[in-house]
Design a protein around this ligand. Structure first.
Ligand SMILES: Cc1cc2nc3c(=O)[nH]c(=O)nc-3n(C[C@H](O)[C@H](O)[C@H](O)COP(=O)(O)OP(=O)(O)OC[C@H]3O[C@@H](n4cnc5c(N)ncnc54)[C@H](O)[C@@H]3O)c2cc1C
Length: 401
């Protein structure tokens, strides 16, 4: 492995990973395991918190369920990789610098950008002021405190995507005295097979969740949401889960981004405008044969691993390979004892096979619990994390001859 930048000069190659979510942490652990102790490579991971945020469980945090303490510095201990706790406030992709908490500047040679995504509360007036969101553990704890105090009343969950469904079910199960209304444009489970969708609808009904589809929320008020047809739905609490956007940092850094602010990548996950920047997880717009990947943990972890492997290849003077990923399931929790798991084709369209009930709930829990032990395994055996479904013909991008 060579880190010689100029003839005869051996310098240290600084790799900076921003964001320790599922994707960024996968990249950091892989890099730590592969080159963390290399004398001429420095791996640094920056994240807002020392505790790993299990985003997949934020609806559990929001309903006051205790989660395990998962320490990122402890995970990286012994690898040679450095952890910096701090908030990234600016990236300069031309100068190759990152500003942390406005008082620290880190330089890098290669950057892995993995700052994740968030629901788009800015899309509707009033949502940022009056609605709760599930974008961080802090957000979820704020909602938990509010729900705990509420006693009775109505919780409107805005957005009928999978985060909205999981949250509505969890709140209804934990707080049976509350009325839970799920509002959204699409029917819950719209992308599932007819039978799986019907099961999901039945489960929400059993939990007492009132589902209203094909509605457009145009305003959030302190005590209601307003719909496009003029109707007002009373709400003591509004949880906003609709839409997706990403941090403005990437665009401000000068990186080419798409309409949601995601970093547009080439087939190897490098920024199309700044190839020394790799983008991973929800923060990246990654094109596959079936279209641009949507944010999931199942796809996010492989992007982190691929970026790390590519960076290590680059240090050894080799070209990175193309990234390919095919989806395989959509597991949706419906409270703690019920779930639907829709198995999918690589392009995320539903197969006929699906699971429901306690078996599906156990499947979902296994999936949700697996990333942390996977990181631990990858630390000892990085190759163990380098396998995922590549999607066959679904992900093959045709090259014009
Ligand atoms: C309730 C819920 C349930 C979900 N269930 C599933 C599921 O069952 N299956 C599935 O595949 N996906 C699921 N998802 C989606 C999944 O959580 C995301 O796709 C996944 O978390 C993306 O991983 P990531 O690493 O890109 O980003 P994240 O996990 O969001 O991590 C980003 C990290 O960057 C840090 N960060 C952000 N900005 C800064 C900054 N400026 N400075 C420092 N640090 C920063 C954050 O604190 C965080 O640690 C669910 C999401 C939610 C909200």
């Amino acid at each position: 492995m060579s880190t010689q930048h100029e003839a005869g000069t051996t310098t240290t190659h600084h790799i900076l990973v921003l964001g320790a979510g599922y994707a960024g942490l996968a990249a950091a652990v892989q890099l730590a395991a592969r080159v963390g102790n290399h004398p001429h490579v420095r791996v640094t991971l920056v994240n807002g918190q020392e505790r790993f945020t299990e985003r997949l469980r934020l609806h559990m945090t929001a309903t006051s369920q205790e989660l395990a303490e998962l320490s990122i510095p402890e995970l990286l201990a012994g690898t040679g990789a450095r952890f910096v706790r701090g908030w990234v406030t600016a990236v300069d992709a031309d100068a190759r610098t990152v500003r942390i908490d406005d008082d620290q500047v880190l330089h890098y040679d290669t950057l892995v950008y993995g700052l994740g995504g968030m629901s788009d509360a800015a899309a509707v007036p009033g949502a940022e002021d009056h609605a709760y969101v599930l974008n961080s553990a802090h957000d979820a704890e704020a909602l938990a405190a509010r729900l705990h105090r509420l006693g009775s009343g109505t919780v409107v969950v805005a957005g009928s995507g999978l985060t909205g469904v999981e949250s509505a079910a969890e709140i209804a199960e934990r707080y049976p005295d509350l009325s839970v209304v799920l509002l959204g444009r699409q029917a819950p489970g719209a992308a599932m097979s007819t039978k799986a969708r019907a099961y999901l609808r039945g489960a929400l009904a059993r939990l007492g969740v009132e589902v209203r589809s094909a509605v457009e929320i145009v305003k959030v008020l302190p005590d209601a949401v307003e719909l496009a047809d003029g109707e007002s739905v009373a709400a003591d609490v509004v949880l906003w889960t609709s839409g997706t956007r990403t941090s403005p940092l990437a665009a401000a850094a000068g990186l080419t981004v798409d309409e949601r602010g995601r970093v547009v990548t080439d087939t190897a996950l490098r920024s199309v405008s700044h190839p020394h920047v790799y983008a991973v997880g929800d923060a990246a717009a990654i094109r596959q044969g079936y279209g641009v990947m949507h944010g999931t943990c199942q796809g996010g972890m492989p992007t982190g691993v691929h970026a790390a492997v590519s960076i290590v290849r680059g240090l050894a003077g080799k070209e990175p390979g193309p990234f390919r990923f095919g989806y395989y399931h959509t597991p949706v929790s419906l409270g703690r004892n019920d779930a639907v798991v829709q198995f999918t084709h690589p392009d995320d369209s539903p197969r006929r096979l699906y699971l429901t009930g306690p078996l599906a709930a156990r499947y979902k829990e296994t999936v949700t619990a697996s990333p942390w032990p996977t990181f631990g395994r990858m630390k000892k055996m990085p190759a163990s994390g380098a396998f995922w479904p590549q999607g066959g013909r679904f992900t093959r991008v045709r090259v014009a001859r």
